[in-house]
Design a protein around this ligand. Structure first.
Ligand SMILES: Nc1ncnc2c1ncn2[C@@H]1O[C@H](COP(=O)(O)OP(=O)(O)OP(=O)(O)O)[C@@H](O)[C@H]1O
Ligand SMILES: [Mg+2]
Length: 248
């Protein structure tokens, strides 16, 4: 059997707006990823990271190029079918969390389960268990806008993992977390998200969490410029750090 790639993207292009206001965010991005791995996406602000992962999560349509996600081209589906497909296969953590402030934390986390038709009781129960694993027990019935930034970020992570998506896409998932909490959350993401039939793509500036990744994809100005092995990259970072300390 030929193993299907989890992500197979070739020449992805995306431009926002038209005419003088047009901004080209992706200029032909190639990316493949296997099940069981975690890919970290890095690059300067504005280089197209959020645009790329929004396309990889089926949330945004591309203008050009080809894409297969778990064997499916999301743009070939009707809006209705794409929404259903996303609900079953994709978890997404937004850079701005996108929690619903009017409802409780546990209800926010239960949304993916309720949307796919699980009963209310079992959804709430599973959501509460995921919150506990994120270290948020006792906050289940708070409103999400009453939580700290780091707590909200963990609620968003819990919501993205609760339905065990095949493809989990996270935009800066540790940006609001202290070092120890970031490590705990990433351990959970690695354990839950990188099983043999799953994949995690994570945008990050946080080199403290590089070691959770298998590969690091570098982007600049709408293109992938380099793909490195995460362990090799970490060794290079350590060497650069040591050299800097020596010369100081
Ligand atoms: N909805 C939009 N409308 C118009 N331009 C946009 C839109 N979203 C992004 N852009 C532009 O596309 C380019 C890529 O943006 P994107 O958000 O993908 O970058 P990023 O790498 O995620 O940056 P950051 O690290 O700051 O989050 C930027 O020039 C940005 O201004
Ligand atoms: Mg971004």
């Amino acid at each position: 059997m030929i193993e299907m790639a989890a992500i197979d993207a070739r020449g992805l292009q995306k431009t926002y707006g038209t005419g003088d206001a047009a901004v080209t965010a992706l200029r032909g991005v190639d990316l493949t990823a296997r099940y069981g791995e975690m890919v970290a996406l890095v690059g300067p602000s504005g280089c197209g990271k959020t645009t790329l992962i929004s396309i990889l999560a089926g949330l945004l349509s591309r203008d050009g190029g080809m894409l297969q996600l778990a064997g499916v081209d999301p743009d070939a589906l009707s809006n209705h079918d794409r929404t259903l497909w996303r609900r079953h296969n994709i978890g997404f953590v937004f850079q701005q969390f996108n929690l619903i402030p009017q409802i409780s934390v546990v209800e926010n986390v239960a949304i993916p389960l309720l949307l796919r038709g699980d009963s209310r009781n079992s959804s709430i129960e599973r959501a509460a268990a995921m919150l506990q694993r994120m270290g948020l027990q006792g906050r289940e019935y708070s409103r999400s806008d009453k939580l700290s930034g780091g707590q909200q970020q963990r609620v968003a992570m819990a919501r993205s993992l609760v339905h065990e998506p095949r493809i989990l896409v996270c935009d800066e998932p540790t940006s609001a977390l202290d070092g120890a909490t970031g490590q705990r959350v990433m351990e959970l993401v690695r354990e839950q998200g990188c099983r043999e039939d799953r994949l995690v793509v994570i945008v990050t500036h946080d080199d403290r969490i590089f070691h959770f990744a298998d590969r690091i994809v570098h982007m600049d100005d709408g293109r992938v410029t380099r793909v490195t092995d995460a362990q090799v990259e970490i060794a290079a970072l350590r060497a650069a750090f040591a050299a800097e300390k020596d010369s100081a």
